[in-house]
Design a protein around this ligand. Structure first.
Ligand SMILES: Cc1ncc(COP(=O)(O)O)c(C=O)c1O
Length: 344
């Protein structure tokens, strides 16, 4: 068991169920995961365990002393780009494992978010460019001896470590299933996911489309209207990049879908929606009323369902998502108020 691991809460939000005429609405609250304010450590910790095991030529272990001893014999610098949360999570685990860590961040990142990464012990380099530019800059150093890129997005030729990160994210869904079962509930009818490059959404779609699970859970992708690369790609029928600028949903401010996730998302997402910064801010306030602390990126799931299930086209959207007054909906709140999107 990794130090700091604990199941995150599944919070009942009856007022949302009433407003949206659903059976039950739950918020899977990732505002604190391994003591960090986002879900990202789930991917990083699993990927590092896989990486260290592979380098030591041993089977994967979740024993912390074993991971420490594998790390002690690995002379490696971990490198990544981030719009906030992933870089902080990597820096955090790198420090715990006594590994060097370098994090490249985009121009729009708030000082506070960059400082939070540096405070974990990483070397932070700010570039004069977007998140996509930061990823390209970090990737360019991957071939240098002794450096390993641990990136939460993928492109042709760089898909192994991002695949491990996606596997790590699925812990969130396994916990949710267990928590619903404990309440006598089956898997949810709809899961709403905040989307940046789409790796988390890939994990969600892959989890619920796994034939062995035999569930008919719908998955809704929720992106900022100013960085909707997954929606643009779905509309085009092929991966597309979009230009990005500022959004208060900093963790979702990504211009290019992950290559590994694209086939999963294009074949498996049930719907995709965009939300504005104002809608995300309102959703942060709404979550606070249920005692859930959220940053704007995390609250995008609530904002997305609100946009989908209210307004003139609400009834056709409900039908398309297979929702009725007995349905169970899960909103993934992927960050707390001090996550990358909460610090701006
Ligand atoms: C808080 C938060 N939610 C959701 C996401 C979306 O994850 P992905 O980029 O895999 O779509 C991110 C990504 O950085 C994030 O920081």
């Amino acid at each position: 068991m990794l130090p700091g691991y604990a199941v995150t809460p599944l919070v009942d939000a009856p007022a949302l169920a009433r407003r949206w005429s659903l059976g039950q609405v739950f918020v899977k609250d990732e505002s604190s995961r391994f003591g960090l304010p986002s879900f990202k450590a789930l991917g990083v910790s699993y990927a590092l365990a896989r990486l260290l095991a592979e380098r030591a030529d041993q089977p994967i272990s979740t024993s912390w002393p074993q991971l420490l001893s594998q790390a002690a014999t690995t002379d490696v610098t971990l490198v990544t780009a981030t719009d906030g949360n992933h870089g902080r999570a990597l820096a955090h685990f790198a420090a715990m494992l006594n590994l060097r860590c370098e994090v490249v961040v985009p121009a729009v990142m708030s000082e506070a978010a960059a400082a939070a990464i540096a405070a974990e012990g990483a070397d932070v380099t700010r570039i004069d460019g977007s998140y996509d530019d930061a990823v390209a800059a970090a990737a360019a150093t991957d071939s240098v001896a002794g450096r390993v890129l641990v990136q939460d997005t993928s492109w042709p030729g760089y898909e192994v470590i991002p695949g491990w990160i996606v596997e790590g994210y699925q812990t969130m869904l396994a916990e949710t299933a267990e928590q619903l079962r404990a309440q006598g509930r089956a898997e949810p009818d709809l899961v709403a996911v905040p989307v940046g490059v789409g790796s988390l959404a890939q994990a969600v779609v892959a989890y619920y489309r796994d034939r062995q699970r035999q569930v008919s859970t719908s998955v809704l992708s929720c992106e900022p209207d100013s960085a909707a690369c997954v929606l643009a790609s779905l509309l085009a029928g092929e991966p597309r990049s979009v230009a990005t600028a500022f959004t208060n949903m900093a963790g979702l401010n990504c211009g290019t879908p992950t290559s590994l996730g694209w086939p999963v998302l294009s074949g498996g997402l049930d719907a995709a929606i965009t939300v504005t910064d104002e809608e995300a801010t309102r959703a942060v306030d709404e979550l606070a009323r249920f005692g859930v602390g959220a940053g704007a990126s995390g609250a995008a799931a609530l904002a997305g369902v609100e946009a989908a299930l209210t307004g003139p086209e609400a009834s056709s959207r409900r039908a398309a998502l297979g929702l009725d007054p007995s349905s169970v909906v899960v909103l993934l709140n992927t960050e707390g108020p001090s996550g990358a999107g909460g610090l701006a």
